[in-house]
Design a protein around this ligand. Structure first.
Ligand code: SAM
Length: 274
């Protein structure tokens, strides 16, 4: 058999070539049920209420929102993202299979600083996506838009990561069965804390999928974000620290804290109330 045929055949049968990047991202990076559980736990502990209308910022495929509206007819929500590709994929793959429940979720092809159709009880930005805002004024503008869009008792919740390893350019790898997920920051600037982030997926045959998302972001710290949330108008700002149960992507074992723990790599959430 001629070697060009063999090479072509091998290239065609690589696991990465058969994979759907949005499906793999959802599988490897997101845990919507754990996120929903965490948001409701924090919202209930802060307000005594159950959140009904969710806004998911930087929603991509709207995976979390789709699980939210699927709970029952009293749950609705909106997702915001500027990229038509994940929005379209998410509509067909996450919402359309829900039937009538899909109508309770609205995906907006819009910037996260745009207002909601209905004021959300809970507004979230997860997986540190809001770090695309690298300048103080940009982040303040986003937080102010979030504050103004919330009703009284509304909650804005964002996640944050850090630790002694957080500025390293070494890839951080986690596995789920046959697939590895590799987060890597490169070209970090100590002057302005910006870095290039890629999230790659490697399969058991060594082939890698094209990263679904890559961007330049800023590595923010909790006190900087607390100051900006205060400047945006938020009254109560709590830090919830991830416990030891579960793993870094699915734990719901969070405790409120004003100290945290100096781990090499930690994940926390900041919950800000209007
Ligand atoms: C890593 S994905 C987030 C996927 C998923 N929601 C998650 O939490 O893992 C980041 C998303 O942010 C979107 N994005 C970046 N800047 C944005 C902006 N200013 N307004 C709305 N979406 C934005 C990108 O299009 C991309 O889909």
């Amino acid at each position: 058999m001629d070697s060009s045929y063999t090479q072509l055949h091998q290239a065609e049968s690589r696991l990465a070539d058969k994979a759907d990047k949005h499906h793999i991202y959802q599988l490897m990076v997101q845990s919507p049920e754990a996120d929903i559980n965490l948001m409701q736990t924090i919202y209930r502990s802060s307000t005594g209420r159950v959140g009904r209308h969710l806004r998911e910022d930087f929603c991509g495929t709207g995976y979390t929102l789709s699980r939210w509206v699927a709970q029952d007819t009293s749950f609705s929500g909106e997702g915001f993202d500027i990229d038509p590709d994940p929005i379209k994929w998410g509509w067909y793959n996450n919402f359309a299979p829900l039937g009538d429940a899909a109508m309770r979720g609205k995906l907006h092809l819009k910037d996260v600083r745009e207002p909601s159709l209905a004021a959300p009880d809970i507004r979230c930005a997860f997986n540190f996506s809001y770090w695309v805002f690298r300048k103080r004024e940009e982040m303040l503008g986003y937080f102010t838009a979030a504050y103004e869009d919330l009703p009284e008792h509304g909650m804005f919740i964002i996640d944050v990561t850090g630790g002694t390893d957080s500025l390293s350019e070494e890839p951080f790898e986690s596995e789920n069965g046959e697939i590895s997920c590799i987060w890597q920051q490169q070209n970090y600037s100590p002057v302005n804390h910006s870095a290039d982030l890629t999230i790659r997926f490697r399969f058991s045959d060594g082939s890698e999928i094209e990263p679904p998302y890559r961007y330049r972001w800023r590595v923010w710290t909790i006190p900087e974000l607390q100051d900006l949330l205060t400047a945006a108008g938020f009254s109560s700002i709590e830090v919830w620290w991830q416990g030891d149960e579960g793993d870094e992507f699915s734990s719901i074992d969070y405790q409120v804290t004003d100290k945290g723990r100096n781990d090499p790599c930690w994940v926390a959430c900041i919950a800000a109330l209007k």
